[in-house]
Design a protein around this ligand. Sequence first.
Ligand code: ADP
Ligand code: MG
Length: 701
Amino acid sequence: MSDEMNLRDPAAYFGCNVFSDSVMRERLPKNVYKSVQRTQQLGIALDKDIADVVANAMKDWAIEKGATHYTHWFQPMTGVTAEKHDAFLNPAGKGAVIPEFSGKELVKGESDASSFPSGGLRSTFEARGYTAWDPTSCAFIKDNSLYIPTAFCSYTGEILDKKTPLLRSMDVLSEQALRILRLFGNTKATRVTTTVGPEQEYFLIDKKYYDAREDLVITGRTLFGAKPPKGQELEDHYYGNIKQRVSDYMKELDEELWKLGIYAKTKHNEVAPSQHELAPVFTTSNIAADHNQLTMEIMKKTAVKHGLYCLLHEKPFEGVNGSGKHNNWSMSSNDGQNLLDPGDTPIDNLQFLTFLCAIIKGVHEYAPLLRLSAASAGNDHRLGANEAPPAIVSVFVGTDLQEVLDALENGTEVKSADNKTFRVGVDALPDFPKDATDRNRTSPFAFTGNKFEFRMLGSSDSISCTNTILNTIVAEELSLIADKLEGSANFREDLMSVLVDIIKEHKQIIYNGNGYSEEWLNEAVNVRGLPNLVSTVDALPEYVSPKSIALFEKFHIYTAAELRSRTDILLDNYSKVINIEALTMIDIVRKKILPAVLRYSREICETGIAKQSLGIPADVEKDIASELSGLTEGIYKETNDLEEKVAEAQKLPSGLDSARFYRDEVFPQMQSLRATVDEAEVNVSDDVWPLVPYTTLLFSV
Ligand code: ADP
Ligand code: MG
């Protein structure tokens, strides 16, 4: 499609840069197309001849669209995507070249894995890794390259990426969910897919102010900055009208995403000034994960075109809300049911309640795993800070569903709004409000009518880890339920008793109240005994608890060694992030802040001396100068202390001890230095203060 395509009609260009199902149907011989479909649905490998035909068709299509290169695109443990581009060119003798792309090049790529984090899985003599085509996620064109979504493994087969475990977890969930569907007499469904719609929050600020802040450029967040006179307290930004510059940006962002087949749907202003949100229509989990990575990348790229910068950090500014990513999650069967839709008949209600109970139990049993799936140095600023859910995992079901669960547990009846009575499993239950009016925004894991919304994720996180864990824990609970009920002579009766047992044992995880409140913190920890893994450093070791290893090994998602490697990588990342932040602070203080405060002090002192020489009292100058002198001393001392702590931290071997030291010693010292610097900021004239102030950063777009 040409550049002059009609951008006003998304239907005319939606997915135009995607080697989609319809392109394949059009361009592949029928038998080849069928094989690809089989591969997509059942995961059967393509044979070489077929792969050659697909590769050739892809190459022709890509070249017609202006592509000159192809790349295997993968998601290593760095948190961002990786790519290495090869030209389609091949020498054809006598200086001529012909474009070539074989099935082998499509299906498998060799890659030097030595510079990607492996957490000790890969020794240097075995530095090779390979990428393997994921045919369930469509290839696409971006910047004149054909992008092929791939999984990334070491040569000896250990997983080094985020896609492989997600794909495995989708398979195991499908297998176990199908066992449950069979128990309910469903013989048609052959696959259960998990679906995800991630809502993405972000900040947009002026690029020139971004460039002027070393801390934003290097760490993605402001390490200093006094609170502006106006923050978010008026709440006038949420859903407020969108400024022209932002609206132009959002429009172009939508267009770019639509061309890549990403269903960007909803956009609005968020609570904090300069904060916005984009939500796509949900799709299959692994495609949603790929699309979310692409969305974050295109958000950043498009912003620069508009003289803006898109901040995806979880907490770019202190004192205003940070950014998260709500992971809306459900399961659907290929006979067209959303398995988290309560349904209209008693048997559908029971099937729904079975899936619901499995989820409740899974979340209770494996709360620490869900918590760690949202753990990062950036997200530690949000969780539990009264702007995002607490670090304690709980489940919100809402009042209507709570009544149903209570009735089921106690063998009593449910009363509807018009006072009719219903018996769970016997009568069709009254409608659950789809758009529950009592929507609880403070719960980390909330049922929202026909899906669950996991709200702990940070804005810059990949959604893969969360969904891998969610799928696996639900698969585990479904498998245990199926084990109990397969072969049962009294299905309904036995099912009811299984469900009642689950509710009795696991209702501790259900909480429908205000998750931000002190009472909840107290009740959750002291009465209900729920884990409160406050920081990343508390959460990460849960990956390698015996219970976690047993779970992931049972379903062949990760080996114990792979879990250990992931834990090491993430702990190491945590330490590195704080180390870089601390060094950036020291640099900014020494080179910018101290010199500025000293210069300003001199100005005041000189004024005072001049006044005194004329016989004018200089008490005010003296006051200000001595206050500044105190602050200078404080800043100087705090910076030296921070430097010492960092030096001490760097001596520790990487791992848990190092991460703990960064959390307990380095980070508090950073906070304390910041407080002093922020106090200096409000006492120093704007024209000498060397950092762009919060008001300008937050209110200038
Ligand atoms: P909110 O009120 O939480 O901001 P939105 O309507 O903005 O809700 O976002 C809801 C998200 O949930 C959308 O991305 C939507 O596509 C997604 N969603 C809806 N149904 C499902 C489902 N069955 N599975 C997964 N995600 C879903
Ligand atoms: Mg939401």
